[in-house]
Design a protein around this ligand. Structure first.
Ligand code: XUL
Ligand code: CO
Length: 446
């Protein structure tokens, strides 16, 4: 496995396999907390965290933003033909995954494969690229966490894909999803993602919102049926985001998507892919949206990143906030893990991060942050202090009239009668400061 790149071109020369050196290491190209085989309970860190690298930010991003051109140039983009460049990119990607020691990756169709106006040419390109990816998966053991179809960049999707008012455009989107599902099954993908960047509207007065939502549900149902027909046994995921690029996207947040899925009977096959920066754009904490999904039994996977609270837009930065990541991992552990999901770094380098090693350093920081967060969350769970406080906080519902209320066995009149017992004005502290201090104390003890 480690010999895979011998003889082929090296795209990250001078960077060796990233190893765990412990928290006192001064080596920027080493893990300080992520020790893949270290056990936490039944599982190793690697099994708990299931990290994935995002193809788009890592190998397609170039530092360009709406105000300026590319700042990062990649050697894999040199090559005589689009397919040659795609093959170089695949080599660079698998070299990166292997050196970083990440077992999963994620991609959009057109991140990996040259796009084309004609459906047939698009499919032919994608088939060839899928063969390249399969070969590299087999040689390295790296697996596909999920793929997806980019139904938002091409100008044809300016008015949406599944929710486009023009049926022709909708059908073009469907062709992309069909081929991405074929490729997913060929590559043994564990999940398939829908992110509806343009599925929304910018002007309500030119939009039949209900009709568009019906179309979206129909589009997802057909995709589900086709996927199951060709042997996709993984999880379909919807990734909520409130805005950007659309003014209003239909999949605003976890609660909205859960309502949509149950309304259209899609909640048996679909779960949610929660992205930190999307939750914060929706006005929530990352952990809030994770908890909403988990409570509905629909927490599928995570796009791990963060925004910048000052900027207030989707900056897709590498996650480095340990407390935030800890709160996320507390939800994940209580959920019993992420099943077939994982932690995908939907994160990109800053425009002025222009050294080849920066891509490693960004991922190392994200992996170390979540490794430390996992350790803290695991310790919190083991100590059981918070669990005990929670049980106590709700104990008036555990027996007597409170338990009858939960079981639906008392009337409003009986509630009124219960209230006269004199205790209905009592105050009980929520102990917020105590809990916040406790989390910091566990964090600093590790
Ligand atoms: C966009 C975003 C996407 C999805 C996949 O904000 O997060 O990259 O993760 O389409
Ligand atoms: Co994302």
């Amino acid at each position: 496995m480690s010999n895979y790149f011998k003889g082929s071109r090296e795209f990250f020369p001078g960077i060796a396999k990233i190893c765990f050196e412990g928290k006192t290491s001064k080596n920027p190209l080493a893990f300080k907390f992520y020790n893949p085989q270290e056990k936490l309970g039944e599982l190793s860190m690697e099994e708990h965290l299931r990290f994935a690298v995002a193809y788009w930010h890592s190998f397609c991003g170039d530092g360009g933003d709406p105000f300026g051109n590319a700042t990062q140039s990649h050697p894999w983009n040199q090559g005589d033909s689009p397919l040659q460049r795609a093959e170089n990119k695949a080599d660079a990607a698998f070299e990166f995954f292997t050196k970083l020691g990440v077992k999963y990756y994620c991609f959009h169709d057109v991140d990996a494969s040259p796009d084309a106006e004609s459906v047939v040419e698009y499919e032919e390109n994608y088939q060839k690229v899928a063969e390249m990816l399969l070969q590299r998966q087999q040689a390295t053991g790296v697996k596909l966490l999920w793929n997806t179809s980019n139904l938002f960049s091409h100008p044809r999707y300016a008015n949406g894909a599944a929710t486009n008012p023009d049926f022709h455009i909708l059908s073009r989107g469907a062709a992309q999803v069909k081929k991405s599902l074929d490729v997913n099954v060929m590559l043994g993908g564990e999940n398939y993602v829908f992110w509806g960047g343009r599925e929304g509207y910018t002007l309500l007065q030119n939009t039949m919102m209900q009709r568009e939502l019906d179309h979206l549900a129909q589009f997802l149902s057909l995709s589900r049926d086709y996927g199951r027909k060709i042997g996709f046994t993984g999880t379909f995921l919807i990734e909520p985001k409130p805005m950007e690029p659309s003014k209003h996207q239909y999949d605003v947040d976890a609660a909205t998507v859960i309502g949509f899925l149950s309304r259209y009977g899609l909640d048996k096959d679909f779960k949610l892919n929660i992205e930190a920066n999307h939750a914060t754009l929706a006005g929530h904490d990352f952990a809030h949206d994770l908890q909403v999904a988990a409570d509905a039994g629909l927490l599928g996977s995570i796009d791990a990143n963060r925004g910048d609270p000052v900027n207030g837009w989707d900056t897709d930065q590498f996650p480095t906030d340990i407390l935030d990541a800890t709160k996320a991992m507390m939800v994940v552990l209580d959920n019993g893990g992420l099943g077939s999901g994982g932690l995908n770094f939907d994160a990109k380098l800053r425009r002025n991060s222009t050294d080849a090693e920066d891509l490693f350093i960004g991922h190392i920081g994200g992996m170390d942050s979540f490794a430390l967060a996992l350790k803290i969350a695991h310790r919190v769970k083991e100590e059981g202090v918070l669990a005990k406080m929670l049980t106590q906080r709700y104990q008036s519902f555990d027996s007597g009239t409170g338990a009858k209320f939960e079981a639906g066995q008392i009337s409003l009149e009986e509630l009124r009668d219960f209230a006269i017992d004199g205790q209905c004005n009592r105050m009980t502290s929520g102990k917020q400061e105590l809990i916040e201090n406790y989390l910091n104390q566990v964090m600093f003890s590790l």
